[in-house]
Ligand binder design. Structure first.
Ligand code: 0XW
Ligand code: MG
Length: 368
């Protein structure tokens, strides 16, 4: 079997109920890039990459497509089941840009699953369970409004709530966290995600002011070094998200004792194979983590859920998907949805999503 064609599609994903506000950016619509790999026997695989705007990470939609133009031609003629050789072929044509290569990596895993008649989670070592916990991430908003949303989401069944903070006076963040701690039942895990938006001083002030209740601080400061500099003064555990760029960065953070866990983004770290490696490193050090992506439709969501299903339940902190912020699905029947705070692991081969390419219109690029 050989890869004969790679199609690239573009789609706008308007933010339902948006904008979605974070410390340093606010987004109304996301620009997603979808790839379809086609083998010479007609077997196909879908992949996707969707940065949450151009500011959240050093990734952007136009960059993803430019990178795909560099690497996709190098996959034509290769055996699609050789996912590692394909990764090497991409690296030989372009340094870095793992978030773009991740779309092709995802499509190769989907195609391999369809070939073997196995789910991606089974190829990754087997699902530990058939339903994984999701978590809800609020946008940055006023204290009372955020507390109302948090209480509603806890009542809906979410067992973890991530509260977006930062980009405003620390007093507003402190007030928000106290309002939420009062509004949601104990037992619902609270995470304060500053998305790199706090200075070391802000993080210290907020952690001290919230010392009375359990909380995880996600990506409080910009870098691993800044985080390490205040760790001993914080009253709460720390997760790194944006700083966990790839496996070497995760190893650096662990070696520097920078955090107690990670918010992981599948495309940022380089795809399904890369996330699997980080999963195993985290397991070796008993570090909890999420399996998310920055944004994306059913393809990205399915990929996150498949990896998450293979994580030791004690270490999986949750799976964030963008579905609550997107109207509709690529696959109306099997699209990935959250029910009562949990997500069912897809049952079909590969990623378990069936898509009619016509819904994306004409491809914007075709290689092969
Ligand atoms: C909540 N998320 C998973 C969605 C946005 O992309 C930001 C992200 C995070 O944890 O930072
Ligand atoms: Mg985060």
């Amino acid at each position: 079997m050989r890869i004969s064609t790679i199609e690239v599609y573009q789609r706008d994903l308007p933010v339902a109920g948006g904008p979605y506000r974070m410390a340093s950016t606010s987004v109304d619509a996301l620009d997603t890039t979808i790839v379809r790999i086609i083998a010479d026997n007609g077997l196909i695989g879908w992949g996707e990459t969707c940065p949450v705007g151009p500011v959240y990470q050093p990734h952007h939609a136009g960059g993803a497509r430019a990178a795909l133009a560099e690497v996709a031609p190098g996959l034509i003629g290769l055996d699609p089941l050789g996912i590692e050789p394909a990764r090497e072929a991409m690296d030989e044509r372009l340094n870095g840009h793992g978030y773009a290569k991740a779309a092709l990596d995802m499509a190769l895993w989907d195609l391999a699953g369809r070939h073997y008649g196995a789910r991606v989670c089974d190829l990754l070592g087997g699902a530990r369970r058939e339903r994984v916990p999701s978590y809800y991430a609020t946008g940055v908003s006023e204290p009372a409004e955020t507390a109302r949303i948090a209480a509603d989401k806890a009542a809906e069944g979410f067992t973890r709530l991530q509260i977006k903070l930062g980009g405003r006076p620390v007093e507003a963040d402190i007030e928000t966290l106290h309002a939420i701690a009062d509004a949601v039942p104990r037992g619902v895990r609270l995470v304060a995600d500053a998305n790199r938006g706090w200075t070391a001083r802000d993080a210290q002030l907020i952690s001290n002011a919230c010392a009375g209740f359990p909380l995880t601080l996600e990506q409080p400061c910009s870098t691993i070094e800044e985080t390490v500099s205040i760790r001993s003064q914080l009253r709460h555990p720390v997760f790194l998200d944006e700083s966990a760029e790839d496996l070497p960065a995760v190893l650096r953070a662990i070696t520097a004792n920078a955090c107690e866990g990670f918010g992981l983004k599948l495309t940022r770290v380089g795809g399904i194979g890369a996330l699997r490696a980080i999963r195993d490193v985290c397991a070796a050090r008993s570090l909890p983590h999420t399996c998310d992506d920055a944004w994306g439709g059913d393809i990205v969501a399915a990929a996150c859920v498949h990896v998450a299903a293979t994580v030791s339940p004690a270490l999986l902190d949750g799976v964030w998907i963008a579905a609550p912020w997107i109207d509709g699905h690529y696959d109306a029947e099997r699209g990935i949805a959250i029910r009562d705070g949990f997500i069912d692991v897809p049952t079909g081969a590969g990623l378990g999503i069936e898509i009619d390419p016509a819904i994306f219109g004409e491809p914007i690029a075709v290689y092969g």
